[in-house]
Design a protein around this ligand. Structure first.
Ligand code: MV4
Length: 447
């Protein structure tokens, strides 16, 4: 087992990792930018190293500083959390070259899933359902138009280096094609330095359902059931829940097996997530695979009683997993509390938290790094807390979530709490009746 883990991250996830390390008897090193000097991850780690100025690219993304911090503190592993360098193949390789275990995917695994068109080819070859479309990249707009006529509009073109919706265009008819092609290509070139595009049939109003998987160094893989992440705004998830309201034992068995096939096709080691789009007939299709711990992992922990960070560390240390698949018999939901003003287009609202009350009680978990008097810096992600509620049924979960949201007091800044309170009363949401398009016509003005 590792002796000391350096956590190459900040905020709630850095704290989350420190907590598990403490329970496992592993020493911890925090790294921090000058903007995070008074953060809780710095206080709760055994050691802390300042790695640079506020900007992420000069601190949490600065590989030489992170490696130097690990070397001077004698850390034998690095946990990257999510975001930052968690899916950076170069960083994974550089850690290995310095004899530091990267608690995450190998450079090969990251690369094989990072190029979306080739990831899709790999999955198709492994027997995982994929959305009908181009075989790999499109050579030209002409080729695209020919294919679109065959697969029938609407179609979607996506950047192979993309993710989070960038370099993506929905095309409803041939007369829109050339414009969409040109702007998607330019956007992909600018954002990723890679203008490669591929095409798919556009699935109208899908659900986003992802399967949590784990694979070990012995070729064993299992799934830990699903999370429904359809409640998103501009590709930012706001609420996640498990089980998915659309799930049945049969569908879970099929999606779970597909996710395990996906993991085994790339000999996946570690915990990961296979994302699927699900259409209104419950057909499901591979979308992307994430080779990191995700923000929404706690809801899976709540219903399976696994500590997913502990599983990551154990797998990285070469310990075998049980290999058992999980069917939950509890409900869990997460609301992301962001320092944003939902009535002003979710614009960031950094600043000082002047007064704070964190909710508690049965079935309530809050993963957060905030405290009364904490100053939220403007340089990073605006998520400041995850409110995770667990109960025996979805109905009880919604009631408990609303109660916990009403108990949550964060003064001095704007947050997404009023949005979540309104959502818990929405009849369609309460009925489990929603797709990724749900928030497109949600009224955020009266919160
Ligand atoms: C799609 C799609 C419909 N049809 N692909 C959005 C981000 C990127 N990861 C893939 N995305 C989508 N791909 C086909 N063929 C709809 C989306 C999509 C979406 C997917 C998941 C969650 C929210 C979304 C919001 C808008 C569009």
């Amino acid at each position: 087992m590792f002796n000391k883990i350096l956590i190459a991250n900040r905020g709630e996830i850095a704290l989350r990792i420190i907590r598990t390390c403490k329970e496992m008897g592993i020493k911890t090193v925090a790294v921090y930018s000058t903007a995070d000097q008074s953060s809780l991850h710095v206080r709760f780690a055994d050691e802390a190293v300042c790695i640079g100025p506020p900007s992420g690219k000069d601190s949490y993304l600065k590989m030489p500083n992170l490696i130097a911090a690990a070397e001077i503190t004698n850390a034998d592993a690095i946990h990257p959390g999510y975001g930052f360098l968690s899916e950076n193949a170069d960083f994974s390789r550089i850690c290995a070259e310095h004899d530091i275990k990267f608690i995450g995917a190998s450079p090969e695994m990251i690369n094989s899933m990072g190029d979306k068109a080739s990831a899709k080819d790999t999955m198709k070859a492994a027997g995982v359902p994929v959305i009908p479309g181009s075989d790999g990249l499109l050579e030209s707009a002409e080729e695209g138009k020919k294919l679109a006529a065959e697969i029938v509009y609407p179609v979607i073109i996506k950047a192979t280096a993309g993710g989070g919706g960038r370099g993506m265009r929905i095309i409803n008819s041939e007369d829109e094609f050339d414009n969409a092609w040109g702007s998607a290509k330019a956007e992909a070139e600018a954002a990723f330095g890679n203008g490669g595009l591929y095409m798919e049939k556009f699935v109208v109003e899908p659900r986003h359902v992802e399967i949590q998987i784990a694979g070990d160094q012995f070729g064993k893989a299992c799934h830990l059931s699903e999370r429904d992440c359809s409640i998103q705004r501009r590709h930012q998830k706001l609420v996640e829940e498990t089980p998915s309201p659309i799930m049945t034992p049969e569908l879970r068995e099929k999606m779970g097996q597909a996710a395990i096939q996906a993991a085994q096709a790339i000999k996946y080691e570690g915990v990961g997530t296979v994302e699927f789009l699900v259409d209104k007939y419950n057909n499901f299709y591979f979308m992307e695979m994430n080779t990191r711990i995700q923000v929404e992992h706690p809801i899976t922990e709540e219903v399976t009683d696994f500590d997913l960070i502990k599983e990551q560390i154990k797998i990285a240390a070469g310990i075998e997993i049980s290999g058992k698949n999980y069917t939950p018999n509890l409900y869990s939901m997460e609301c992301r509390i962001n320092a944003e003003d939902p009535t002003k287009g979710f614009r960031p609202s950094p600043g000082k938290i002047t007064n704070l009350h964190i909710p508690g009680g049965h079935g309530v978990r809050v993963d957060s790094h905030i405290y009364a008097g904490y100053e939220i810096p403007p340089f990073y992600d605006s998520m400041i807390a995850k409110l995770i509620v667990t109960a025996q049924t979805r109905e009880e979960t919604l009631v408990r979530m609303k109660r916990a949201l009403q108990e949550f007091v964060i003064e001095g800044i704007k947050t997404t709490i009023p949005f979540h309170i309104k959502l818990m009363d929405d009849p369609e949401f309460k009925a489990g009746n929603f797709t990724t398009a749900f928030l497109n016509d949600f009224d955020f003005s009266d919160l």
